[in-house]
Design a protein around this ligand. Structure first.
Ligand code: IMP
Ligand code: MG
Length: 171
């Protein structure tokens, strides 16, 4: 598979994001809410760069399966999310594509009354967004290709790749 973003470049970018997040929150306690399953690797690498009072929570949202680009019904599984009232919350996802998933999750998390809610994504796919939404932290902007690796999957495979690769389109 064609490597779009090599592993060392991802790691260097996460260094930068970590420094920025650490600076912005200035020692305030935060809860990082990772979106399952795609954000797992990003979450694990990012939190180890943060010297902040920090809690980790997980939320599940599945918008569609496989490489299809038509969003299906979005399901939110929020049982794993602890009390966020009075917390600074940073919602973390692997990729901002149409924006459907994150906008649903934002609406849900806002009902839990955090002090603040910010968004961090590793990737942002250009030319696909249908819901206006600006992430506060973004690793890389990428072209409109289906990518896998570093948490991102195709049918739950390839998440363990240390780099981001382009999935070949079936001919
Ligand atoms: P959105 O709701 O359209 O923004 O889609 C976000 C979700 O779609 C992500 O959390 C991913 O699970 C999935 N997704 C979108 N594009 C890709 C891709 O290129 N590779 C793997 N998953 C993707
Ligand atoms: Mg996902």
């Amino acid at each position: 598979m064609e490597v779009l973003i090599p592993a060392d470049r991802i790691q260097r970018r996460i260094d930068e994001l970590g420094r920025q997040i650490q600076h912005d929150y200035a020692a305030q306690p935060i809860t990082i809410v990772g979106v399952l399953t795609g954000s797992l690797i990003f979450l694990a690498d990012l939190v180890r760069r943060l010297d902040l009072p920090l809690r980790i929570a997980l939320i599940q949202a599945s918008s569609y399966r496989g490489a299809t680009t038509t969003p299906g019904a979005l399901r939110i599984q929020a049982d794993l999310v602890p009390d966020l009232r009075g917390r600074h919350v940073l919602l973390l996802d692997d990729i901002l594509d149409t924006g459907q998933t994150l906008s649903h999750l934002i609406r849900h998390l806002e009902t839990l009354e955090p002090i603040s809610l910010r968004i961090a994504v590793l990737l942002r796919k250009l030319g696909r967004q249908s819901i206006p939404l600006e992430p506060h932290y973004c690793g890389f902007e990428i072209p409109d290709r289906f990518v896998v690796g570093y948490g991102l999957d195709y049918n739950d495979e390839y998440r363990h790749l240390p780099h981001i690769a382009v999935l070949p389109t079936p001919s």
